[in-house]
Unconditional design. Sequence first.
Length: 254
Amino acid sequence: MNQKDLKEFLDAKVVQYNHPRFLESDPIQVPHLFSLKEDIEISAFLTATIAWGNRKSIINNASKLMELMDGAPYDFVRNHREADLEKLSPFVHRTFNGNDLIYFVRSLGNIYGQHGGLEPIFAKNARKETLQPAISDFKRTFFELPHAQRTTKHISDPIKGSAAKRINMFLRWMVRDNGTGVDFGLWKHIAPSKLSCPLDVHSGNVARKLGLLGRRQNDAKAVAELDDGLRRLDASDPVKYDFALFGLGVFEKF
């Protein structure tokens, strides 16, 4: 398939999958329950943090998280008392447990109280063509409070070779235009051109079959290689093709 045919094929798949019905089976439905910017950001960040494994389980546990935070994540993050954190202790999603969650709530409170929120941290550290170094900078800020070492594994670091799938997915949700009703387009100080594809087993396998990715490992180098290929297809919005790659892999078993 030549470049022109590949672009036409994937553009058609973007139209097919970048659609509100995508929400029916995707964790992004959880932040869509909210209207306040900060509620959307925090619910999206926490949902993306636990977005591995069975998608139904992810959605159920992310919904449970919102219930534990009284259906108002921003208010909970900013105004909780130590006693309020006790009810978070029993939470578990795979290896993410209540102790991890309690630190995440404390750190998010620090980020909104001391750093102006999530968006400014990523925006100020964004490079000309990519957000990957900004993710590493964000991780350092996120763990500036006293914390258990085990909790750090729940935010990946591209500088250390990770594909950082979940945080790249969160950034896609926040930055890409909301014209189709899927992503939110809340963050106006970061260009969609800087986003990277949330590379996982499904998108990686499809990208390899289509000749967009040669590297066999799903790591930071593979993300950079896929970024180059997708930006040749659409330099201004390369990550729209995440819908095509993911949909082809999950729904069509391409």
